[in-house]
Ligand binder design. Structure first.
Ligand code: G3H
Ligand code: ZN
Length: 307
């Protein structure tokens, strides 16, 4: 299928109370694993290119890999810029065929964030491409933030309403208790805050960053309150490295790197499948590539039936 925009997958997700997994596209093996899992699970998927991936693979190369991967499956695939840091980079992504942009002004003042988001939304909308913005700030686990510091950076529901009214951003990344790059699932989301933000901007898809460290129960509580894009990166990297480590240990004299990469790819695919089921997006796409209505709700066995 050709790429679709994030609007095309997030609007049904918001309406039907499921979340679309947004997985980081770092290399060919991880991209293949992500689209194969999405295809087998009949789920829409967002492949996002991070700043790290742009440094590693280059913008054009990363975009080309995602486009090729999307052309080989018949579920909707979005090519999204993750944590875009300025106007120029967003313009380059538009030119490279991205179908979803992000401007992360979370470290700027409210006014600066509004001004730059407005500017990017204006040009992106001319090209028919939606823009994710961020308000509040999702920190990094390496900063060793205290609970109080994480709380202090959370998104204010009233400001979220003002921000969306001023900028016209299509989706909003909110800070509600997660932190980037955690290596175990211990973070609990502030569900009351998610609910309050959703109440202020009920038609704006909410985005969860730093999702590798979030408890499964928190996802299930947040999804009915507007969280419909869930970004996962570290969890997939962990699976990839585990696969490589295991095969390196098993075949210490092997010199063909593809032997090591293959098991990494298998483990990433399983990790993506697990998240897709957890987020309720499995089975939401019918064979023509469109969405079932209402969405079928699949949950992993240990979490019990969908609410
Ligand atoms: O933008 C990317 C995500 O927020 C990924 O965060 O590595 O903690 O899953 P994560
Ligand atoms: Zn993030």
């Amino acid at each position: 299928m050709t790429l679709v925009t994030s609007r095309e997958v997030l609007v049904p997700a918001l309406e039907q109370h499921f979340a679309v997994g947004a997985f980081n596209a770092n290399n060919m093996e991880q991209i293949q694993a992500i689209v194969e899992a999405a295809q087998e699970e009949h789920a829409p998927v967002i492949l996002q290119v991070s700043q790290g991936a742009i440094k590693y693979a280059g913008l054009e190369f990363a975009a080309a890999m995602v486009k090729t991967a999307a052309s080989l499956v018949d579920v909707p695939v979005v090519l999204h810029l993750d944590h875009g840091y300025d106007f120029g980079q967003n313009v380059l992504c538009l030119r490279a065929g991205f179908t979803s942009l992000m401007y992360d002004g979370s470290k700027k003042t409210f006014e600066e964030n509004v001004a730059m988001t407005q500017k990017i939304v204006e040009i992106a909308h001319i090209a028919g491409i939606p823009v994710e913005a961020e308000l509040g700030c999702v920190g990094q686990s390496t900063d060793k933030l205290s609970y109080e510091q994480v709380c202090a950076m959370m998104t204010d529901p009233q400001l979220a309403k003002q921000f969306i009214a001023l900028t016209g951003a299509d989706s909003l990344a909110i800070a509600c208790g997660s932190v980037h790059a955690m290596q175990s699932q211990e973070a609990e989301l502030d569900i009351e805050r998610v609910r309050a933000i959703h109440e202020q901007i009920p038609h704006t898809p909410l985005v969860l960053h730093g999702s590798s460290g979030v408890k499964n129960e928190s996802f299930l509580e947040a999804i009915p309150h507007g969280i419909c894009k869930i970004n996962v990166a570290t969890y997939l990297n962990q699976a990839f490295v585990r696969g490589m480590q295991e095969s390196l240990a098993q075949y210490p004299n092997e010199v063909d790197p593809r032997k090591f990469l293959s098991l990494g790819r298998e483990y990433v695919k399983e990790a993506v499948r697990e998240k897709i089921r957890l987020f309720g997006s499995a089975g939401t796409v019918h064979s023509g590539g469109g969405f079932h209505s209402p969405a079928k709700q699949f949950r992993s066995a240990e979490l019990g039936p969908a609410e």
